[in-house]
Design a binder for this molecule. Structure first.
Ligand code: PGA
Length: 269
């Protein structure tokens, strides 16, 4: 792993009302210290973003939306645009497998959301990953190629430093749409997939952009597995779902990331 800051993102998904979210943030504030080696990002529900933005210690956490719509304003009942989120969040998750598989978001919709996010100065965390069925059919590399290439096709190379990619194999999520197939992704599987992702980016935007882009892993990460995953080649951080809802578990993940960072600093002199 590169010796830059480790990025840890908590995806709270559709869990917790505003007061429960506020209590969890309070507990995390008490428990977590500011570490220059680690960047912490919280993605609460859309409803909790505004109240949490008043409560949050910005030296410790940044906020992230879980989704937004790609048109800036207009007759799109029920949607919230990236432009509306501009002053509120640093990041937005785009193309999560929940969105792709449960809400039918196509490759092109994800592409338009990535472009809208970048246009509005919000860093997209683009999620890509294959289902159990696709892995079984040996389509993983093709799926990753199609998801990465389409999603990034409306960007220029100067946009690439402002995006984050998350490799999230759907079959490894703790409660994803492939829950019945739930398995643990091995370091080898993660490293290979990330290699494919970086290769696709290199083809589009060159080797440097591909090496520099931050790539996270997501899928049942926990305080016990965090360090092993973070030490896997190509991994720059974690996108944490289920385990981020428990402050002890989530702070355990942050401690593991910190220990890994500080021991690699010692090893690198
Ligand atoms: P999980 O979710 O950690 O609960 O598997 C990760 C995600 O869906 O982003």
């Amino acid at each position: 792993m590169k010796n830059s800051r480790t990025l840890i993102v908590a995806n709270w998904k559709m869990n917790m009302n505003v007061s429960q979210s506020s209590i969890l943030l309070h507990r995390l504030h008490e428990r977590i210290r500011i570490r220059r080696e680690i960047e912490l990002v919280l993605a609460p529900s859309m409803l909790a973003l505004q109240p949490l933005s008043m409560q949050i210690d910005r030296r410790k956490f940044r906020l992230c939306a879980q989704n937004a719509y790609f048109v800036d304003e207009g007759p799109f009942t029920g949607e919230v645009s990236f432009s509306m989120l501009q002053d509120l969040v640093h990041y937005c998750i785009v193309g999560h497998s929940d969105r792709r598989h449960k809400f039918g978001e196509s490759l092109e919709v994800v592409r338009d959301k990535v472009a809208a996010s970048v246009r509005n100065d919000i860093m997209p965390i683009l999620c890509v990953g294959e289902t159990a069925q696709e892995r079984k059919a040996k389509e993983t590399n093709q799926v990753l190629h199609d998801q990465v290439v389409t999603a990034l096709s409306n960007l220029t190379s100067s946009d690439i430093p402002n995006i984050v990619i998350a490799y999230e194999p759907v079959w490894a999520l703790s409660a994803g749409s492939d829950y019945a197939h739930h398995e643990i992704a091995t370091p080898e599987i993660i490293a290979n997939a990330i290699k494919v992702i970086r290769h696709n980016i290199a083809e589009l935007y060159g080797k440097k952009a591909a090496a520099d882009v931050r790539v996270l892993y997501g899928g049942s990460a926990s305080s016990t597995t965090a360090r092993g995953i973070l030490e896997t080649e190509g991994v720059d951080g974690l996108l944490v779902g289920g385990a981020s809802l428990n402050y002890q578990e989530f702070s355990g993940i942050i401690d593991a990331a910190y220990r890994m960072q500080t021991s690699s600093e010692v090893n690198n002199g």
